[in-house]
Write a protein that binds this ligand. Structure first.
Ligand code: NAD
Length: 465
């Protein structure tokens, strides 16, 4: 099967046909700048030496630092990491985050290994990256991805800090850290929340090509993967009126046209490691079949290459919301497009994570939380306004209402509102470009918008005449 990098190349080439920029320049924009393949020894659970394979790809240095998650999976290889790093470059461009794209991968199955082993691997990985200048707040900043989370990010921050005690910005070397370790509220939910905003934006767009009404009320949703991205996306969608009718996990799928209890299934998944034994609806031992059931919105939020020529004909959704990276192969994309199904592309839809990672990095560099310097001024402004209104009208508000109106924004308010605004503005950019340049779909528009932006940066940096 073609790799994620092959998929990326095809999507890139299709979009590049609509650009009249210099071909050599576009070739530079497509190329992966750096790839570091590591093999390093780590003591395993049995006390033996195990050689670990790992990769870090930096796709584009037109902006620094480069940025992208680290995934832990036995499926990881050089092409996968290269393709995901390229997606990161274009994702950052779409949401106006000033980073180049990167991605890392470590070839282990974290779910089958002890926490102590995963910690040894993570700390050794940072030593390798640091010795080859592949990590640092101004160089390359990892984040969570498939198989990693706050725990791994904390180990990365701590190891980097130990190796670089004189770097005052050491906590900016990685994002997705726990709150107590200079993380930012809202990062954990950010990718899923961004997926929710992206879907809302697409449903409100009369030119997106689907027949669905704006808003989520009663919309039937199938989600694949109840991990970080899938769980938070499903929760937001369901909190805003959608009906989660299908959930596909690694061990099975569940479907009930009347709706599933998403929270109870997620709880079961965390407690038992799977959902096969959960007593609800129709159970599919082959979880892939869940994706083919009737729904309005299908949200693949687990792995790449889930929608292929083998199942594209049987998908019954009106909209496919690509929460995962590269869930649709280019051949399947063509089939789905020809069938009139609207795809919201990964490089826009799951960019909420890197957007809030950017906020976390900014917070780490400024060494202060966003609300700390704002909240006093906001309180004062509201107080003055309320005092003036009271003086004019002669009416005083009840104390609890006044207290609520006086309160300035908290850090989570700032983060979530900025994320919503970013997802809205970015959608507007790609849908406007699609309309103005007569592009076939949102994916082509997203690629074209970002590849021309990156190309322009290279020109401005003086790389090309
Ligand atoms: P995760 O490890 O938290 O969750 C993945 C989930 O998918 C798990 O619940 C797992 O059991 C499930 N799963 C595994 N194989 C499956 C299968 N065959 N069928 C159905 N479910 C299966 O990972 P995540 O961070 O949620 O990432 C999911 C996807 O989103 C990946 O493609 C990742 O690259 C992408 N992504 C993640 C982030 C982020 O902030 N975490 C940001 C952007 C993109």
């Amino acid at each position: 099967m073609a790799s994620i990098y092959d998929d990326f190349s095809r999507y890139f080439d299709e979009a590049a046909q609509f650009s009249d920029m210099d071909r050599g320049l576009l070739e530079q924009v497509k190329t992966c700048n750096n790839m570091y393949h590591m093999s390093f020894p780590v003591e395993n659970e049995a006390g033996e030496i195990e050689v670990i394979e790992a990769y870090r790809a930096q796709h584009s240095h037109h902006r620094l630092p480069t940025k992208g998650g680290i995934r832990y999976s036995t499926m990881v290889d050089a092409d996968e990491v290269k393709g995901l790093a390229a997606l990161m470059t274009f994702k950052c461009a779409i949401v106006d985050v000033p980073f180049g794209g990167a991605k890392g991968g470590v070839c282990i199955d974290p779910y089958q290994r002890s926490p102590e082993f995963v910690e040894r691997v993570t700390r050794r990985l940072v030593i390798e990256l640091d010795h080859h200048s592949f990590i640092g707040p101004s160089i390359d900043v990892p984040a969570p991805d498939y198989g990693t989370g706050e725990r791994e990010m904390a180990w990365i921050a701590d190891t980097y800090r130990t190796l670089n005690p004189h770097d005052i910005d050491h906590f900016g070397c990685v994002t997705g850290k726990p709150l107590t370790l200079h993380g930012i509220p809202g990062r954990r939910e950010a990718t899923g929340l961004g997926v929710f905003h992206g879907i809302i934006n697409c449903l409100s767009d009369p030119e997106a090509g689907h027949n669905l009404s704006p808003g989520l009320d009663g919309k039937r949703v199938i989600v694949q993967g109840l991990g970080n991205v899938g769980y938070h996306a499903a929760r937001e969608l369901s909190d805003h009126g959608a009906r989660i009718v299908g959930i596909a996990e690694h061990d099975a799928g569940l479907y009930d046209a009347n709706g599933l209890d998403m929270e109870a299934i997620a709880q079961h998944r965390w407690e038992h490691g799977g959902i096969a034994a959960f007593p609800a609806g129709q159970v599919f031992a082959n979880s892939q079949e869940t994706l083919e059931q009737p729904c309005d919105i299908l949200v693949p939020a687990a792995l790449e290459h889930q929608l292929t020529v083998d199942n594209a004909d049987r998908i019954q959704a009106e909209v496919i919301a690509e929460a995962a990276n590269a869930p649709t192969t280019p051949d399947a994309d063509r089939i789905l497009r020809d069938r009139g199904i609207t795809l919201i592309p990964d490089l826009y839809l799951n960019a909420g994570g890197v957007t809030v990672s950017y906020f976390e990095w900014l917070k780490n560099l400024s060494h202060v939380s966003f609300d700390r310097m704002l909240v006093g001024a906001a309180d004062m402004q509201s107080r003055r306004m309320l005092d003036t209104m009271q003086a004019i009208t002669g009416n005083a508000l009840p104390l609890h209402e006044r207290a609520m109106l006086e309160r300035g924004p908290t850090e989570i308010d700032i983060v979530n509102n900025s994320l919503a605004k970013t997802m809205g503005e970015s959608y507007e950019r790609i849908s406007t470009l699609r309309r103005e340049r007569g592009l076939p779909d949102l994916r082509t528009a997203a690629y074209l918008y970002s590849l021309e932006l990156v190309a322009q940066s290279y020109v401005e940096l003086g790389f090309f005449p």
